[in-house]
Design a binder for this molecule. Sequence first.
Ligand code: CDP
Ligand code: MG
Length: 394
Amino acid sequence: MEINGETITEVKRYDQLNISPAIMKALDKRGFVTATPVQSGAIPYFMEKRDVIAKAPTGTGKTFAFGIPMVEHCDSQGTDVTQLVLAPTRELALQIQDELRDLCEFMEGVRVVCLYGGAPIEKQIKELKNHPQIVVATPGRLMDHMKRRTVRLDHVETVVLDEADRMLDMGFIRDVTHILDLIKNRKNIGMFSATISREVMDISWVYQRDPVEITVQADIQNKPDIDQYRIEVDRGEKAELMAQLLLHGGYERAIAFCNTKNMTDRLAGLLRMRHISCEAIHGDIQQATREKTLQRFRDGKMQVLVATDVAARGLDIDDVDVVFNYDVPDENEYYVHRIGRTGRARKHGIAYTFCSSITEELRMDNIVKGTRNKVKKLKYEKGTLLELPEDGTV
Ligand code: CDP
Ligand code: MG
């Protein structure tokens, strides 16, 4: 881990981080004793209300890295929103809300409200009338509430942009800057992301003062243990290949990624024809249905979740045995995020990427090079998998 360019090796226990008894109790309840590297690095600075940019791979505990100091800064008697988290998707916003609620379980009077699009606004307005100190929101819906004056942000002290790079490249940059401009009394901003893009640096340049930069490399300590394969396969055989792999691998929980909403629906259909229990999640599916699907998947009631990158981003779904890249991802970072769903919590994971055209092969070459991952080549032909020799192209 690096803090402002200096490499730090020490990882701290929560009881070394000046955390109050009520939050320690909540951590204890979950059995957490040692802070993750990004938490060890960010918590002390965030506690002092310093600006922070933290870059750490998916699944390394960024939520608590900002969540613990935010909850710590809440006044349980207070009636103003003082803590604001912005997240790119509704699912992520809800997940952050849940994590924060867990953290303040033993802090009576601290309330967390989640504001996101695609759900009735009246219910959210009612919740806001309960005077939460923490608001977790997607930028669009928060803007709605601000226009209606159903939320007041003039007492906000701390703002966090979670999955900052994603949020900015999803076109929220104007909403985000608008929101930041209106929060005149803020003391600090935290940006948490697996990657730091130029847009994130631009926001930092304008809105942060002397930020502490924390970088957690995907080193051996964090790097998930994932066996990666790329498989040459005819387009028309992909669903069959996936079914075969699921059957022979004995995998109980899988995520399959597609590049388009359309393809997730089609793949879900193809898998169901093969009696594989699955559901698709993407942006056009109703919020309530998406949540139900995710819950069923978490509860182990469904074998395969078929998702687009946007829908799956930031979701804390661990315990996935295998990830399928049914389509080769468009961006190298997506590859890293996708396969990061497996091999979490030091379990062994497997990732398969299907390549069905020269374009996809080249895209995959580029991913392998760009992410410096070790990926074995296989070929699916006449119902069998063949190992291909390493040919030096990657
Ligand atoms: O945001 P990011 O992808 O970095 O990870 P997260 O969703 O905050 O955390 C991934 C998982 O690590 C969650 O299930 C946490 O509860 C868990 N965890 C943690 O945050 N801190 C620990 N000390 C141990 C586990
Ligand atoms: Mg996160």
